[in-house]
Design a protein around this ligand. Structure first.
Ligand code: KIV
Length: 290
């Protein structure tokens, strides 16, 4: 698959001309798991900006505009303060920057839990304002009615069970879930309820591996693991975590690069060159035409 974007720098560096290609669809993602088997695991990463989406798109089946943007982009202490406006702005940017992956957008805390009607209004607004194909919401059995309600009204839903960060104040932290029998049983029944309600996929976050495997075997739709198990039907990570933007990352994150280190080194060089007047050089300086 060729994915070279031609950047039209005369207009805008964020205005790619992608190769014409059909975007993956939610039914295609759902169909990747057949009779309990996902031959090719689903690849999902978070994306919050157009340029990031351009770079990730060809490699991913799904791009998640996660409400983790609250912490990653806005420096907030949790996902609780994230607003619809933040999600809509970043969601629209990610859709503009992609043409292959299915874009899923998180429903922010406080805009969907009260009733299926509230969830429909928020989800419809997000899809209208962004062009994303689906929403993700946190919660299990308590959200099953909402998932069915949205699905029946044309809004595909990705579920999210286990460690659900929007419930941090109830859970008391971000530790792994499913260590007791009752927690494990609840995660399993949550996932089954979402599956029965028509969720097209379910994120399984921060759970002990046997529970992740059990959930994956027990639901018809694909599971997407994060801090769960390689045997889930797919995986997701926060892109900035796996690229090494942050020094401290949870145990389940593999840091594939040290982007923070690269930025530090590069900016050190830039600052030196500005201070010793070696930047801008001749090549970066306009002279009058003769
Ligand atoms: O908000 C987010 O980025 C997420 C993923 C970590 C699954 O929900």
């Amino acid at each position: 698959m060729s994915t070279t974007f031609q950047l039209d720098t005369s207009t805008s560096r964020a205005n790619p001309t992608p190769q014409p290609m059909r975007r993956l669809t939610v039914p295609k993602i759902r169909a990747r798991k057949q009779d309990g088997v996902t031959a090719e695991p689903l690849v999902m990463l978070t994306a919050y900006t157009a340029r990031q989406a351009q770079l990730l798109d060809e490699h991913c089946d799904l791009l998640l505009v996660g409400d983790s943007l609250g912490q990653v982009i806005y420096g907030l202490p949790s996902t609780i303060p994230v607003t619809m406006e933040m999600m809509a702005n970043h969601g629209a940017a990610v859709v503009r920057g992609s043409y292959h992956a299915v874009v899923v957008i998180d429903m922010p805390f406080g805009y969907y839990e009260a009733s299926p009607q509230q969830a429909f209004e928020s989800a419809a607004l997000l899809l209208k304002q962004t062009g994303a194909a689906a929403v993700k919401l946190e919660g299990g059995e308590a959200m099953a009615e909402t998932v069915a309600f949205l699905n029946q009204r044309g809004i595909p839903v990705m579920g999210h069970v286990g460690l659900t960060p929007q419930a941090v104040n109830v859970l008391g932290g971000y530790g792994a879930r499913g260590r007791t029998d009752s927690e494990a049983g609840k995660i399993l029944s949550d996932a089954k309820a979402l599956d029965n309600a028509g969720a097209f996929a379910i994120v399984v976050e921060g759970v002990v591996e046997p529970i992740a495997i059990d959930v994956t075997k027990s639901v018809a739709c694909p599971t997407i693991g994060i801090g769960a198990s390689a045997l889930c039907d797919g995986q997701v990570l926060v892109t900035e975590d796996m690229l090494g933007m942050f020094e401290r990352v949870p145990r389940f994150v593999k840091r594939y690069e040290d982007i923070a280190g690269i930025i530090q080194k590069t900016v050190t060089r830039y600052a030196e060159e500005v201070r010793n007047r070696s930047f801008p050089g001749e090549e970066q300086t306009y002279q009058p035409k003769d």
